[in-house]
Design a protein around this ligand. Structure first.
Ligand SMILES: Nc1ncnc2c1ncn2[C@@H]1O[C@H](COP(=O)(O)OP(=O)(O)O)[C@@H](O)[C@H]1O
Ligand SMILES: [Mg+2]
Length: 298
């Protein structure tokens, strides 16, 4: 059964570092793993030390990686909608619709929706190839919020399908019996979201929040935890990254270390039922070599 892990958190906290390290960690356990980046900044290439692109790339015998470009996906997504509509609408209406679709390319939500489609497609297409799939999410894309959407969208599509079925029935009564491409398309969309819901709600799918040991990030993590819990999408692990090693003796760092340890203690107290992973700040930025120091800490 495919295991799926999502890594979320603010920009710069270490999502790319931790998701890449976890991917390596799973390959050490002998698991065939796919690391997926949905961040347009595409930093997994830097961390893995190999240029990754929009096609599956082999990193090690057990590790593959792929970068999804939200903008490219949004364009593909809208082109698909356009093709669907082209075949069923009159040229006059189509002109108007095309105008709206052009606007949709830059509309908030389009990137997320198309990204979501692509994630589901990846999971569905490769579920028999990989043991583990790890998603490194973008800081701006509300990917984790997105995970709570399918339920809402299923209901919405059910409503649209019912309406469309009524129209098709009326047409049939008038003797206009033909296949209805709109209805077919709506059903495909609904089925995608049903599949998405099953995958996301599965016990094999988990959310991992990355944070740094500071007061503000702690408050943000609390908010994210509450939102996800309310949406019945519980978090499996909190990773506290970039912790100052307590053995630093310089007085300058003493207070900072004390404050960080207070935050860590609070996280442990509030979320005692969760897996809390502590990762120290390394004395260098992440590259293919230093990444393995993090893998050791997992
Ligand atoms: N434990 C760590 N020790 C040292 N540097 C780290 C650590 N974790 C992350 N970094 C560095 O912090 C920066 C942001 O990390 P990154 O994983 O890209 O964050 P995100 O993906 O959340 O934006 C990078 O330069 C990375 O090398
Ligand atoms: Mg990143």
């Amino acid at each position: 059964m495919l295991k799926v892990e999502f890594y979320g958190g603010k920009g710069g906290v270490g999502k790319t570092t931790l998701s890449s390290a976890r991917a390596h960690y799973y390959t050490k356990l002998g698991k065939k793993t796919l690391l997926v980046s949905t961040d347009p900044a595409h930093s997994i290439s830097d961390v893995l030390g190999i240029q990754v692109g929009s096609k599956l790339k082999s990193i090690t015998p057990l590790l593959d990686a792929i970068e999804i470009d939200p903008e490219e996906e949004a364009n593909l997504y809208i082109d698909q909608i356009r093709r669907d509509l082209n075949s069923i609408l009159s040229p006059v209406v189509l002109e108007d619709v095309n105008k709206q679709l052009r606007a949709a390319r830059v509309m908030p939500g389009t990137h997320e929706a198309s990204l979501f489609d692509k994630m589901i497609e990846l999971m569905d297409l490769h579920k028999d190839v990989y043991d583990v799939m790890i998603f490194d999410t973008a800081p701006t894309g509300h990917t984790l919020r997105l995970l709570t959407l399918p339920e809402l969208l299923i209901e919405w599509f059910e409503g649209l399908i019912k309406k469309r079925e009524k129209i098709v029935k009326l047409k049939a009564m008038l003797g206009l019996k033909e296949d209805d491409p709109i209805l077919a398309r709506l059903k495909i969309r609904r089925d995608t979201f049903l599949k998405a819901k099953d995958m996301i709600r599965s016990d094999n799918t988990s959310i991992h929040l990355v944070m740094n040991p500071e007061k503000m990030p702690l408050e943000e993590t609390k908010k994210a935890m509450k939102y996800l819990n309310d949406a019945h999408q519980p978090v499996a692990e909190i990773i506290i990254n970039k912790i100052l090693p307590p053995d630093i003796v310089e007085p300058f760092f003493k207070n900072k270390i004390k404050k960080e340890q207070e935050v860590i203690a609070e996280v442990k107290a509030i979320y005692s039922y969760l897996k809390i992973t502590e990762i120290y700040l390394l004395d260098q930025d992440m590259d293919a070599d230093s990444l393995f120091k993090i893998v050791e800490l997992l």
